[in-house]
Design a protein around this ligand. Sequence first.
Ligand SMILES: *Cc1c(COP(=O)(O)O)cnc(C)c1O
Length: 438
Amino acid sequence: MSSPREEYYGILDLLQRHHGWFRESIPLIASENVPSPAVREALTTDFGNRYAEGWAGERVYAGCRYIDLVEFKCMELMKRLFNAEFVDVRPISGVVANLVIYTAFTDPGDVMMALPIPCGGHISMGKRELGGTAGAVHGLQVEYLPLDYEELNIDVERAEKRMAKLAKEGKPPKLVLFGGSVFPFPHPVKELADQIKSHGGTVAYDAAHVAGLIAGGRFQDPLREGAEAVSLSTHKTFFGPQHGSVLSWERHAEKIKRATFPGMVSNHHLHAVAGVAIACAELLEFGKEYADQVVRNAKALAQALYERGFDVLAEHKGFTESHVILVDISKYGDGGSIEKRLEDANIILNRNLLPWDIKRGRRYTEPGGIRLGSQEVTRLGMRESEMIEIAEFIKRVVIDKEDVERVRKDVAEFRKQYQRVHYCFENNTEAYEYIKIR
Ligand SMILES: *Cc1c(COP(=O)(O)O)cnc(C)c1O
């Protein structure tokens, strides 16, 4: 048996090995990003060891002098960034932000509409039978928004019909939650908002994936299109620490505040709130340029993959208007084993269900697709020409079935030139540098 001291060094060694691995890899997971050194510095501070229950300035705890100042600053910057009347920066993740919205706007037993998981919905919108947060935790009855498979977007006409049918049956949706985890095109919020409101429902929008693009003015603007509340993750295209937030209007402030605390959090990860404040400042300064490059890179990567024989979905629409692209990989194998082979070549992405997979008997472990996101490689300073190189690496692994070790060496060599985080104010450490403060 190892001694506690050996275990201690063993754990620290694993952390360092993770950093070494990511330094040599191509990170393409659509829900991740690399924060700036300043955000990482905030995460190491003593804020992470404190409590500040309640609203800033009205805390239940002492010792919050600076914590309050930072949280006020965070709210002010986030309001500016999203042109929002009200924000709550305390939800500790996107799932918790969704739960805050469910709690503020619905009661258990109410009907909510959202996309199903194979069509890009997230497990936090899922039915009770799936263990999804909406169904299993808040007791909502989840009905699905229909997806047009060709357009990779919500089918407005069918959605209208489904909503009218639910209303006729006496169960109109109390909440319609737009957004998803495969989110290549802006959702028809303004097209559906009036009907949702006419049935007495609330329009909400899950911006977990696209928050950084909205901040950069490069996607839709849900608050101006009819959304009453917007949930965020602050670490996907929004390049802060892992955390969440809710954007809304002054008229909903009190019920959202109460849903967050005492409803959903006790401590709310104050070091992360500080990191979000810093990321807001960075996005205010660099967000437009960043979001623009993220979308250009996603399109360039999709085009390069397509030209090499990959079935990238939504070709007729230019593949994507966000950071994410979806590829039907089924002619080369299943998404699970392809994900693994790519990982062995240090290309990190994830397998993904295609909208029709479940109906065709495929399962989550061996889906027909892979999902790629351009936001993290953009943060590392890559542009369109690097997307072509990445597509070529993917082709060598998946289509040419080249030896993964050889590709891995070339990937590591390629990565050497992209070691800094871009779109931030200061940068004295590498993107994945292991920071030792012992
Ligand atoms: C990632 C994601 C979430 C959850 O975010 P966490 O911050 O990981 O809790 C919620 N909704 C959607 C659509 C997501 O993709």
